[in-house]
Design a protein around this ligand. Sequence first.
Ligand SMILES: [Zn+2]
Length: 188
Amino acid sequence: MNFYNRLVLHPKDIDHTPASRTVLMTFLHEQKFLSDSWHYQGQDYHLIGDRFLSQIMFMGCAPSIEFEPDEDSELPANFVAIRVPEFLSQTVFIPGKDEFHYRCPSCKKTAAIIERQAVTVDSSFQCQYCAKNFFFHRCNWRHFAGLGKCFIEVMGIFPQEAIPSSSLLEQLKEFSGVGWDYFYISNV
Ligand SMILES: [Zn+2]
């Protein structure tokens, strides 16, 4: 099991949250995206719901993932579960890796490490080579980093292993009134 690797969905509007976490959880239950709550090593997760496999598209021809924890043994390496953290009070930028480098779109050089940090729509950073400034929320992070206050995490997914279906993104948009995006957190 490798819960460090995960697929993370979030509203494109970086300051947006649904009315409450409870409202979001009810919606995800209704959509059968997730099912029973499940506690593991002091953390609250949910097992996947009946429609999860039509909402998250695995890129391999036959995904070898496990959804049911076995009480008696260690979790299998390919176990998948869902976590919806409490909404954050402040918007954060989350790099998909601990050592996250950004390739400057202007001079193409690989800039310094960008760390997790609180941001607003006015937050920017500067390329140390060409001195150009970039707004965090306007950068194309190419699904390797994300911003927001509200996140839905699918634990146990490697980068590019799976993506949200267009219908799931559409349902989330109808539910929340804003578009949704996704990125990967990984240690690979
Ligand atoms: Zn540059």
